[in-house]
Design a protein around this ligand. Structure first.
Ligand SMILES: C[S@@+](CC[C@H](N)C(=O)[O-])C[C@H]1O[C@@H](n2cnc3c(N)ncnc32)[C@H](O)[C@@H]1O
Length: 240
């Protein structure tokens, strides 16, 4: 399980690069395979579209069981809304312990890749919430949003919207506004570290005026978060 970070090769860890170079089979979602460019040259590539996660994981396990060195790539970190958990569950179901070795190689996840583009919004306690209700009931997501806002956490939103899921970000904003003020800074990073990167710093009041889609990560500040020039900063509490 290889985390390839947000996009460019120079943000991948040496361990991730080494595992890709050693692997004879590369498995992953097509968009992520494309990001790897010539790193996949000369290798067997198994790529599938979105929502084919179980199929992709089964293919990776099947090739590993056949004795191949497989790199199953995830964007960001494979253990953050990635494929690591599913592969471990499937390997456990199929009693593969001792038959294949599974290593999880971490990557820079979108929360920190996006935070770096915005400045330093995650300097204090933060929560990460996915707005995708494909696998999680929406009531659970609402409950977590409310708790995070009530606890004055900085809130990082993954999967904020897609072609089909357009209402969730509107509803999430309404829930956050139950506890956070309309002037709370909000950072929107789209395609962090990739071509067509977009970085916006706005506030809860105005955030829906900007493009937010499945390629975006949204970071909503806490009550102390402020805008400093081109940066969004959540103070840690130092007296300066
Ligand atoms: C299924 S999650 C995968 C997260 C990934 N495993 C990680 O650790 O970043 C997909 C979501 O990650 C976020 N994301 C992934 N790549 C991104 C990028 N380059 N820029 C901004 N957000 C990104 C978006 O919120 C997207 O909807």
């Amino acid at each position: 399980m290889v985390g390839i970070g947000p996009g460019s090769v120079d943000l991948m860890s040496p361990r991730a690069l080494e595992s890709l170079s050693k692997a004879s089979v590369i498995v992953g979602y097509k968009t992520y395979i494309d990001l790897l460019g010539d790193l996949v040259e000369g290798k067997e590539v198994i790529s599938t579209g979105m929502t084919r996660e179980i199929e992709r994981s089964a293919a990776a396990i099947e090739r590993a069981c056949a004795g191949y060195d497989v790199a199953f790539v995830s964007s960001g970190d494979p253990g953050v809304y990635g494929m690591a958990g599913l592969v471990l569950e499937m390997a456990d179901r199929d009693q593969l312990s001792g038959k294949i070795d599974i290593e999880i190689i971490p990557g820079i996840t979108s929360a920190t890749a996006s935070a770096a583009r915005l400045g330093a919004p995650l300097m204090h306690d933060f929560t990460v919430i996915s707005l995708s209700d494909l696998l999680t009931p929406w009531e659970t997501i609402e409950k977590r949003l409310r708790a995070a806002a009530g606890g004055d956490f900085v809130v990082v939103l993954y999967n904020p919207a897609s072609h089909r899921r357009v209402d969730q970000i509107t509803r999430a904003r309404e829930i956050l506004l139950e506890h956070k003020s309309p002037g709370t800074p909000v950072g929107i990073v789209r395609n962090a570290d990739r071509e067509d990167e977009e970085v916006v710093i706005t506030d809860l009041d105005n955030m829906l005026k900007y493009n937010i889609d499945m390629l975006s990560t949204v970071i909503v500040g806490n009550s102390a978060t402020k805008r400093l020039g081109d940066f969004m900063v959540t103070p840690r509490g130092y007296r300066i």
